[in-house]
Design a binder for this molecule. Structure first.
Ligand SMILES: Cc1cc2nc3c(=O)[nH]c(=O)nc-3n(C[C@H](O)[C@H](O)[C@H](O)COP(=O)(O)OP(=O)(O)OC[C@H]3O[C@@H](n4cnc5c(N)ncnc54)[C@H](O)[C@@H]3O)c2cc1C
Length: 462
């Protein structure tokens, strides 16, 4: 049994992945007010959500990022986009970041978990101990749970990480705080992300971003050092008036409300014995670049199939693969945040570095052959389906390019691809070859039948 502490995006993703594999697990979370906070779903995360069976609900709930509109008082002084939208291609079906309020993403994931027969237990993890053969956890209702593994998806203040004594290295920028919340106003259009910046220094001030599928705007305003406000509608009105110099924008409602302190930290280890850390429990980011939720979802997605297989050497690869990725992503979000605080002219621009499509595990012991560890792209197949259709589900996929597919075990689906220039181009195939794709959509091995057989044997897949 796998015990998961925390049902934010990371914990829910892991629970869904385990539930669809029929792996016994328990997901506990005492509950938290979840607002719009992580509202940007990156292209790679959309691919993960496709595999988990929720992409239609997510696409329906979301919308493209609106253009930014900057004001000086009532005057519009600048308009621009964070992301230039691009059309889908055969290998990248979801090329644009999608805006979905985080509470809605969590609701969709919870619904999927329920449909798979899972649920969130409304209780917290209080403490735990581990030995060579298991984890013994005490929950906040006083009950004890025995588990094979524990996964701490319990956010930046993680009880699991603290109990393990794993250092959370990095910095907290106490002086850089932001008032944030979900507010309502009838006085702004919902087609723009409205912002009031200091034009001299180009530093951001008040922002109001319309949240798709709701009547809310996400409100953000920098807080001066020492300002420790009450989280009431009156406070938000005061900051709006001070930051915009306007009295014609009425705030008529306040939902989720919070103060956000910039934390840039990473756990020194993502695994200690039978206990793993994922999501914000393992790394916290500045909000710039919208990386936090996305990286956590992909931590969980990397871990799910390895926990299901239960092989110690496979489980070792979780930290080997995800720790360098988290470090790289932290570097990207910190650099973007720095640009914004320094008021650089292109600070609002986002490119392919934030989309997470290029994240790869080239140095992983699981990566073998050309392009080992890189994302397995989509491509059209002769029968009108796509490779992503073939990948969807908890199995490995063996792509046989212009060669017969060998017989494999039940956990490998084989797809024969003959004379398909689009797929060959996407995978860089110039001669008959076998490509083994991991359950989490990365290329494990590319080679001939003999080397592939050796690889499959190593992973017990024949
Ligand atoms: C202002 C702001 C803007 C952001 N913008 C973005 C963005 O655009 N894109 C993006 O990707 N990310 C963004 N983020 C970050 C994103 O919100 C987080 O990275 C994300 O919520 C992390 O998910 P998680 O599942 O790891 O943890 P969390 O969402 O923090 O969930 C942790 C869960 O653990 C539970 N828990 C805590 N303690 C225990 C315990 N002892 N036992 C059991 N359960 C426990 C909590 O109740 C909570 O439900 C933003 C964050 C903020 C604050």
């Amino acid at each position: 049994m796998i015990l998961i502490a925390g049902a934010g995006p990371a914990g829910l993703t892991l629970a869904i992945d385990l539930a669809r594999r029929g792996v016994p697990h328990r997901l506990v979370d005492p509950g938290h007010p979840s607002g719009s906070r992580g509202k940007g779903l990156q292209p790679r995360t959309l691919e993960v959500l496709d595999d988990l069976g929720v992409i239609d609900a997510i696409l329906t709930a979301g919308a493209p990022y609106p253009p930014l509109r900057a004001y000086a008082g009532t005057d519009v002084v600048w308009e621009g986009r964070m992301h230039e939208p691009v059309p889908p291609t055969p290998d990248v079906p979801y090329p644009n970041v999608l805006m979905v309020p985080q509470w809605r993403t969590e609701q969709i994931l919870r619904d999927r978990l329920t449909a798979l027969g899972g649920r969130v237990d409304p209780v917290g993890l209080a403490s735990f101990t581990q030995s060579d053969d298991g984890v013994s956890a005490v929950l906040t209702d006083g009950t004890t749970v025995r588990a094979d593994y524990l996964v701490g998806c319990d956010g930046g203040r993680s009880t699991v990480r603290k109990t393990l004594g794993v250092p959370f290295l990095g910095e907290t920028r106490d002086e850089e705080r932001m008032l944030i919340g979900d507010v309502q106003t009838p006085d702004l259009d919902r087609d723009h992300w409205h912002m009031w910046a200091d034009l001299q220094t180009r530093t951001p001030g008040v922002g109001l971003c319309p949240l798709p599928g709701t009547s809310d705007f996400q409100f953000t305003a920098p807080l001066a050092p020492g300002d420790d406000p009450d989280l009431t509608l009156a406070t938000y009105r005061k900051h709006l008036a001070a930051g915009t110099g306007r009295d014609d924008i009425r705030l008529t409602g306040l939902g989720w409300a919070s103060v956000y302190r910039v934390n840039i930290r990473m756990a020194e280890r993502f695994r200690v014995g039978r206990v793993f850390l994922a999501g914000d429990a393992a790394h916290v980011h500045s909000p710039a670049g919208g990386q936090g939720l996305n990286t956590g979802v992909q931590d969980a997605y990397n871990l799910g199939w390895k926990l299901a297989a239960g092989s110690p050497s496979l489980l070792d690869t979780y930290e080997e693969e995800r720790l360098p990725v988290a470090a790289g992503v932290l570097g990207i979000s910190t650099a973007l945040y720095q640009k914004a605080t320094e008021g650089q002219a292109d600070a609002h621009k986002r490119g392919e570095e934030t989309q997470q499509l290029l994240l790869a595990y080239p140095d992983s012991p699981l990566s073998s052959g050309p392009s080992g560890g890189t994302r397995a792209p989509d491509a059209p197949l002769a029968d009108g389906t796509t490779l992503f259709d073939a990948f969807r589900g908890p199995h490995f996929t063996l792509l046989a390019f212009n060669t017969p597919a060998p017989t494999c075990g039940l956990t490998v689906r084989t797809v024969e691809i003959t004379a398909n220039p689009a797929a060959e181009a996407a995978y860089g195939i110039t001669a008959p070859a076998l490509v083994l794709v991991r359950p989490d959509g990365y290329r494990a091995h590319t080679g001939d039948p003999t080397s592939t057989r050796t690889y499959l044997t190593r992973l017990n897949l024949l």
